[in-house]
Design a binder for this molecule. Structure first.
Ligand code: AP5
Length: 212
């Protein structure tokens, strides 16, 4: 199965992707995490990416597609995968089909903008394994420590009020048109993401027609 998760910054794509990946036994590929890993490597490309995404801007289609294709060559992607954050505009969606990558579903996590601020203000991320938590909605067992790998949690550089506002504006302008794009192709499935994490994941599995 090849899925993509659509939704505004903070809609819960990363959280959903990790839960679905465990249940469906396929990897999740977050383009945001690929970019943050490149930044963490200290490369020249990472420095260029950092300047863009820490200001809320997209990186070029060329950069993102080359990082994605490299990841898709890995053996764990043979049986399918979940794309978190790709495609993010119509050009990326067109390139996906030109590359012969056929999606089974595009799952939209629907959430009002007002809720996003609370979500991103309380988000904490593990820089080692990229697990995300929320200090109130999805807390770790030990304060500040990743449940999955024991890493020290951090606040993302792009989770400041002004950058969140900019990311939301870019989302509405560039990514939201993909909702209609996938609807017209008969691939769109929608889940309300205002429920807690477990209920949202259960709704997603039902919407996708997956019984485990
Ligand atoms: P990316 O990392 O993909 O950021 P994003 O799309 O802005 O999404 P977020 O990661 O902020 O949110 P999310 O929807 O994953 O929510 P999460 O699960 O963490 O990309 C970062 C940047 O990289 C982009 O801005 C862009 O610059 C660049 N980029 C990436 N892909 C690109 C591309 N294809 N092309 C060009 N540029 C690209 O949840 C948020 C919080 O809510 C967490 O604290 C979580 O615990 C909590 N939460 C989640 N679900 C629930 C729930 N159901 N109930 C209560 N709380 C919940």
């Amino acid at each position: 199965m090849i899925l993509t998760l659509l939704g505004a910054p903070g809609a819960g794509k990363g959280t959903m992707a990790r839960q679905l990946a465990k249940k469906l036994q396929i990897p999740t590929i977050s383009t945001g995490a690929l970019l943050r890993d490149e930044i963490g490597s200290g490369s020249m490309l990472g420095k260029e990416i950092d300047a863009l995404i820490s200001n809320g801007n997209f990186v070029s289609d060329e950069t993102i597609i080359s990082l994605l294709l490299k990841r898709l060559e890995e053996a764990d992607c043979q049986k399918g995968y979940i794309l978190d954050g790709f495609p993010r505009n119509e050009s990326q969606a067109d390139q996906l089909s030109q590359l012969g990558i056929l999606l089974d579903k595009a799952l939209l996590l629907s959430i009002p903008d007002a809720e996003i601020i609370a979500r991103l203000a309380g988000r904490r991320e593990c820089p080692n394994c990229r697990a995300t938590y929320h200090i109130q909605y999805n807390p770790t067992k030990l304060d500040g420590v990743c449940d999955e790998c024991g890493g020290a949690l951090q606040i993302r550089a792009d989770d400041t009020p002004e950058i969140i506002k900019k990311r939301l504006e870019i989302y509405h302008k560039q990514t939201e048109p993909l909702i209609q794009y996938f609807r017209q192709k008969g691939l769109l499935a929608v889940v309300q993401s205002e429920q807690g994490v477990d209920d949202t994941v259960a709704s997603a599995l039902k919407t996708l027609g997956v019984t485990l």
